[in-house]
Design a protein around this ligand. Structure first.
Ligand SMILES: Cc1ncc(COP(=O)(O)O)c(C=O)c1O
Length: 346
């Protein structure tokens, strides 16, 4: 049975909020203090590990997961190369706060060859530029130089892509997005290919206290039951909207690997909820944002409700001023198209 089939089954798990569990015969059991582990977290990690094909660890946010990964696995002077066009918070953290720890951070075009670095960070269906790397080729190249590869799999989820099977060492998620799926839980995940790395990260997590609480993890577990269906439906709707937007006179460019990216097509057959498109400039983008009725003008992605925003608001000149990022939810495709078409005509 596929891991995703098993997700929908399974009895509901009680939220055990206890921070302390009594010892048995004077000995701590698998649960003794919540900073080390809790039952809801262990169950979610089991399911996520099955999905990604590795050992999964939860963190209180995607950025918490990134921070823990870097601090636990790197060292002062380590070199990190991060894909251009990916999540701005990742490069922002690494080249901002964490450079004070002695990291040397560079960026590169992930559709080409990766540079030599201790850690190379790629993002298939990068957010918000929607570029797609040749994952296996990047891994081979980086491994030849003794480096490790992290794949941020937030946009696609393990329903559509399992990067560890293509040679990645680590997979990172903002589980606040499609994994939990309802914009009501902030969480992160790291899945590790090898158990030693997982043990190192687990020890760091317990020591540092960068720990996910049971309540959001319970929401994640509930969200996982519908992940397969949501990923399928959101991908289908996004593909149709991308196709229609590409033919719209007010749209200069659609960024979506499902429109003919040959490399992406070697790895996936569906492309997740995210696409970006460019209108004539910042003013036009703002007009679209304000004219939408059904689609929420809000940040984030991967929820059951569609969200759209001009990314220049946060990323400045890193993205074109007219770039609008759309995360497609579960609404009817015709309703979404009517909303977009009307807003683009304003
Ligand atoms: C691709 C990607 N990675 C990581 C993050 C960070 O995750 P979080 O907001 O859960 O800290 C985000 C958040 O938007 C993201 O889009």
């Amino acid at each position: 049975m596929k891991p995703e089939t098993k997700l929908a089954a399974g009895a509901p798990l009680a939220v055990d909020r206890a921070t302390v569990h009594a010892y048995a015969d004077g000995q701590p059991g698998p649960f003794y203090y919540q900073r080390d582990a809790h039952p809801v977290g262990v169950e979610a990690e089991r399911r996520l590990g099955e999905l990604e094909g590795g050992e999964a660890l939860l963190f209180p946010s995607g950025m918490g997961a990134t921070t823990a990964l870097v601090l636990a696995l790197l060292w002062p002077g380590a070199t990190v190369a991060v894909a251009d066009g990916g999540y701005y918070g990742t490069v922002g953290l690494l080249s901002g706060e964490l450079t004070r720890w002695g990291l040397e951070v560079s960026t590169f075009d992930q559709t080409g060859e990766p540079p030599r670095a201790d850690l190379v960070w790629i993002e298939p269906c990068s957010n918000p530029m929607l570029t797609f790397p040749d994952i296996a080729a990047v891994c081979e190249r980086v491994h030849a130089h003794g480096g490790r590869v992290v794949v941020d799999n937030t946009v696609l989820s393990p329903m559509l892509l399992r990067p560890l099977a293509h040679g990645a060492d680590l997979v990172l998620h903002s589980a606040s997005k499609i994994l939990s799926g309802h914009h009501d839980a902030l969480l992160g995940v790291v899945a590790c290919a090898d158990p030693q790395t997982a043990a190192r990260l687990r020890a760091f997590r317990t020591a540092s206290g960068i720990v996910a609480a049971p309540d959001p993890v319970w929401l994640l577990l509930r969200g996982l039951k519908t992940l397969a269906l949501r990923a399928e439906r959101q991908s289908a709707t996004a593909a149709e909207l991308a196709r229609r937007l590409a033919g719209h006179p007010a749209v200069a460019r659609v960024r979506y690997p499902g429109l003919g990216d040959a490399v992406a097509a070697r790895y996936v057959s569906a492309y997740g909820p995210l696409l970006s498109f460019d209108v004539a400039g910042a003013e036009r983008a703002a007009a679209v944002e304000r004219s939408l009725v059904l689609i929420e003008n809000a940040t984030s992605l991967g929820g059951v409700a569609s969200t759209l925003e001009a990314r220049a608001r946060w990323e400045g000149p890193r993205v074109p001023p007219g770039l609008l990022r759309l995360s497609v939810g579960l609404e009817d495709v015709e309703d979404l198209w009517a909303d977009l078409d009307r807003a683009l005509a304003v």
